[in-house]
Design a protein around this ligand. Structure first.
Ligand SMILES: *[C@@H]1O[C@H](CO)[C@@H](O)[C@H](O)[C@H]1NC(C)=O
Ligand SMILES: *[C@@H]1O[C@H](CO)[C@@H](O)[C@H](O)[C@H]1NC(C)=O
Ligand SMILES: *[C@@H]1O[C@H](CO)[C@@H](O)[C@H](O)[C@H]1NC(C)=O
Ligand SMILES: *[C@@H]1O[C@H](CO)[C@@H](O)[C@H](O)[C@H]1NC(C)=O
Ligand SMILES: *[C@@H]1O[C@H](CO)[C@@H](O)[C@H](O)[C@H]1NC(C)=O
Ligand SMILES: *[C@@H]1O[C@H](CO)[C@@H](O)[C@H](O)[C@H]1NC(C)=O
Length: 540
């Protein structure tokens, strides 16, 4: 025999004798439907003749003990020190006794149901942590039933990954993906019947734990809202090695807290291969003194330390507006304000159109009761010479065409309506008095004696007696009208209209709308005046 062979044989013998070891644990869990055995741990090897005195009993509760024999159940087999079940069933649960003379042993057997939704029973798993990159080894071997095993299969998370006729072995360098439940299923055959035995390992792959720097999870300062009088617990969790320390510091110098207690034991778990722990601080019936104090949690090892603080704040009382209603209210208020602002802006931009629309809608007429004859007295540069021809045409033709024929107003145009000669000054004064508006068509060469009087008379009416309103039409663009009396500048700016020859032609243009707006409200429909509303010239 080779040295190596001899060694293998010895090893086999050692393994074999070990694998047939007795069951010394007194509380045993097993799964229904699987072969199972109990073996007595003999203190001394008994003589062959002593074996005849071996007795097995099962406790039957109040009825004392019942001796077991092959006839008591077809599923039971007795071999001296060994009691076998083929297979174990739920009804086998209970206490079992072995007796050989003075030598006795007792076991309490708990039988759990087979799992319906899994290939293994979750209560029957052996958990193991394996460090990543270290040796990972799964060995499916069953010494006791070895001779009966027909096939051994390995399942990972209930998926078949390996088959073999007897035992099987996986050996590799551990990786995180190796984590899972590994079930060895041994299929045995006895007296023509087939049985399965399942042994499951719960393998967790963990980080190399030597270099882990402990850190607390979450933010460094935590505000916790509390109600006075209620209990609160602060949870401090850390990524830390098993041997590291996690503790709370809540020492108050003058009057130490009596209602604050640190949990004695830390809770540990593995997440993503890394060891974690947490420790709770319980505060009973929170009072004023517990508020605004820093409760510190610290984790330490030889080299590193990390601390975080918790502060208790009084929770807003129930009378306060709940947050969501408050926010909702704010949003509604902001939306309403926005809508209002938009409306105001639109109103400012289109105020003229709105006012005209309103006038039209209400059929307002402010010309009925004031006893005046004209809607407006038009003051302009007289005499159609070459340099002022345009404004003359505007005052004598364009204005009456639009205001009189199209919009039904009645204008007083001195040159057109008044027969020359007579007391011009008096007449102008009374005509202006008879008018509701004074329209001044302004241009650089506006000033002449006659016009100056119209202007001054009108200004007097407007500013002193407040009987007439002035509308200035800037006919030619001019930067300053320094020649105008100071009092004109007191007019509100919106009463100055700028004529833009190219843009102001349409009846719908801004210029005419603004002019209509400044004119008195009159219940005449636009376009109506063509024939009938021609001003009565005689009186003017
Ligand atoms: C049982 O133990 C007693 C003393 O402890 C001894 O006298 C007796 O012989 C033993 N009986 C057997 C069967 O070993
Ligand atoms: C498997 O092991 C992990 C890590 O120790 C543990 O959290 C889990 O509860 C175990 N599962 C079962 C079914 O035992
Ligand atoms: C194991 O054997 C079964 C049949 O006994 C077969 O269906 C299965 O594919 C085999 N599994 C592997 C991983 O070879
Ligand atoms: C044993 O397990 C195999 C799957 O591994 C299954 O097909 C067979 O039915 C099982 N036998 C018994 C007796 O449970
Ligand atoms: C404390 O926090 C950890 C991690 O956030 C969590 O796993 C644990 O269940 C918590 N403990 C309690 C008692 O809430
Ligand atoms: C907690 O830590 C802060 C600084 O991080 C320190 O000011 C405070 O005194 C500590 N509180 C306790 C109870 O040790």
């Amino acid at each position: 025999m080779h040295c190596g062979e001899l060694f293998m044989t010895l090893l086999f013998l050692v393994v074999k004798s070990n694998s047939e070891t007795c069951i010394s644990r007194s509380n045993i869990n097993a799964v229904e439907g699987e072969p199972f055995y109990l073996k007595h741990c003999s203190s001394s090897l008994a003589h062959e003749n002593e074996k005849t005195f071996i007795r097995w009993y099962k406790s039957t509760g109040s009825h004392g003990n019942a001796e077991l024999s092959p006839s008591s159940s077809p599923r039971i087999a007795l071999h001296d020190y060994i009691l076998e079940f083929w297979p174990l069933e739920l009804e086998d649960q209970g206490s079992y006794f072995f007796q050989m003379g003075n030598d006795t042993q007792e076991w309490t057997l708990t039988v759990t149901r087979r799992s319906k939704h899994s290939c293994f029973n979750e209560k029957q798993v052996t958990s193991k942590h394996v460090e990543v990159k270290k040796a990972f080894r799964i060995s499916c071997e069953n010494g006791y039933y070895q001779k009966l095993i027909k096939k051994t299969s390995l399942y990972k998370n209930c998926e078949n990954i390996l088959n073999n006729s007897n035992s099987l072995l996986i050996q590799k360098k551990a990786e995180f993906k190796d984590q899972g439940f590994y079930s060895c299923v041994f299929s045995l055959q006895r007296n023509g019947k087939f049985y399965n035995i399942t042994k499951t390992y719960n393998i967790t792959i963990v980080e190399d734990q030597r270099n882990l720097v402990p850190v607390l999870l979450g933010s460094k300062i935590n505000y916790v809202e509390v109600e006075l009088g209620k209990d609160v617990q602060l949870n401090c969790s850390a990524l830390m090695n098993e041997k590291d320390t996690i503790y709370w510091n809540f020492w108050k110098e003058k009057e130490p807290f009596t209602n604050v207690h640190e949990e004695k034991k830390k809770t540990t778990w593995i997440s993503e291969g890394k060891p974690h722990a947490s420790k709770l601080l319980r505060i009973e019936k929170v009072n004023e003194r517990n508020l605004n104090f820093l409760y510190n949690c610290t984790v330490v090892n030889q080299e590193n330390t990390d601390t975080k603080s918790f502060i208790l704040l009084r929770k807003a009382s129930k009378d306060d507006i709940p947050g969501h209603i408050f926010t909702g209210g704010m949003i509604v208020a902001i939306l309403i304000s926005l809508v209002v602002v938009c409306l105001v802006i639109v109103g400012i931009i289109y105020r003229v159109d709105l006012a005209l629309f309103y006038r039209h809608l209400m059929g307002r007429d402010e010309t009925l009761t004031d006893g005046k004859t004209y809607d407006a007295f038009v003051s302009y540069l007289k005499g159609g010479s070459l340099e002022n021809g345009d404004e003359y045409t505007f005052a004598v033709e364009t204005l009456p065409r639009v205001l009189e024929k199209h919009f039904g107003y009645k204008l007083c145009i001195f040159e057109r309506d008044v027969v020359p000669g007579g007391a011009v000054v008096d007449e102008i004064h009374s005509l202006i008095e008879q008018s509701r508006r004074l329209i001044i068509v302004l241009s650089k060469s506006y000033m002449s004696n006659e016009v100056r009087y119209e202007l001054e008379s009108g200004l007097h009416e407007a500013l002193v007696e407040r009987k007439i309103k002035i509308i200035l039409i800037e006919f030619t663009p001019a930067s300053d009208f320094t020649f105008l009396p100071q009092s004109v500048k007191l007019l509100k700016s919106h009463r100055v209209l700028k004529w833009k020859a190219d843009e102001s032609l349409s009846y719908n243009s801004r210029f005419w709308k603004n002019l209509l707006y400044l004119m008195p409200a009159k219940a005449t429909k636009p376009g109506q005046g063509e024939a009938e509303a021609y001003p009565v010239l005689s009186a003017c």
